[in-house]
Ligand binder design. Structure first.
Ligand SMILES: [Zn+2]
Ligand SMILES: [Zn+2]
Length: 217
């Protein structure tokens, strides 16, 4: 399992980075990105700490541990600046918290997240075909999620992604150890989203490719 969207107690997760990483290792993960919620209040506080945790833990773990960020509930006009700032601070996977149907996310967030050049638009809810097409063009991955609530629109996200050629990744959006999943369960979530068998391996490969890309930088 490669999971590119998780939370630690540097936002609203319940575990320290060190325990989340250990739990992920125990759950059979190969790679994990630490992507805490961030806005203008904490991006400069949290990213350097996740960078520090990832660096310190990586030396002692077979897991690939990637410091990241999830730009969350930031006004759409400010998302691009936050993505850039998080990257400059050392975030290597930048997620933008998309327009999930489970929360009142500001309309226009999906579009802005895609235009910002984030790596992943998480739980993009009822994303439009136009926005998915732009994601395909910009190489922004659309997220299929195992998270309750956010996952209600997985079927829609998968449909428009396949219609437009946008790439997909599957993540947990884990906030605690019970949210970590196996690759077998991830496969079930992808099937449940209506994704045909022949596309499932491609989705796992998309996450591997992202890891390889950020590993080189
Ligand atoms: Zn959260
Ligand atoms: Zn999240």
């Amino acid at each position: 399992m490669i999971d590119l969207h998780t939370h630690t107690l540097f936002s609203d997760g319940v575990l320290l980075p060190s325990e989340l990483v250990q739990r992920a290792y125990h759950a059979g993960y190969k790679a994990i990105a630490l992507t805490d919620h961030m806005d203008m209040s904490n991006v400069d506080f949290v990213v350097p700490r996740l960078v520090k945790a990832a660096r310190g833990l990586s030396e002692h773990s077979p897991l690939a541990i990637i410091p990241g960020a999830e730009i969350t509930h930031v006004p759409p006009e400010l998302i691009g600046g936050h993505v850039e700032y998080a990257r400059n601070l050392g975030a290597r996977i930048v997620v933008v918290h998309g327009e999930t149907i489970a929360e009142p996310v500001i309309p226009g967030t999906n579009r802005s997240g895609i235009e910002s050049g984030a790596d992943i638009l998480s739980h993009p809810g009822l994303i439009t075909v136009e926005d998915a097409a732009l994601a395909a063009e910009k190489g922004v991955a659309l997220e299929i999620t195992s998270r309750k609530g956010h996952g209600l629109s997985n079927g829609h996200v998968a449909k428009v992604a396949m219609m437009t050629g946008a790439s997909m990744v599957i993540n947990t959006d884990a906030h605690g150890p019970e949210d970590l999943i196996s690759r077998a369960y991830a496969t079930v979530v992808l099937r449940a989203a209506g994704i045909p068998e022949e596309n499932i391996e491609t989705i796992f490969a998309n996450s591997r490719r992202l890891i390889e890309k950020v590993g080189r930088t």
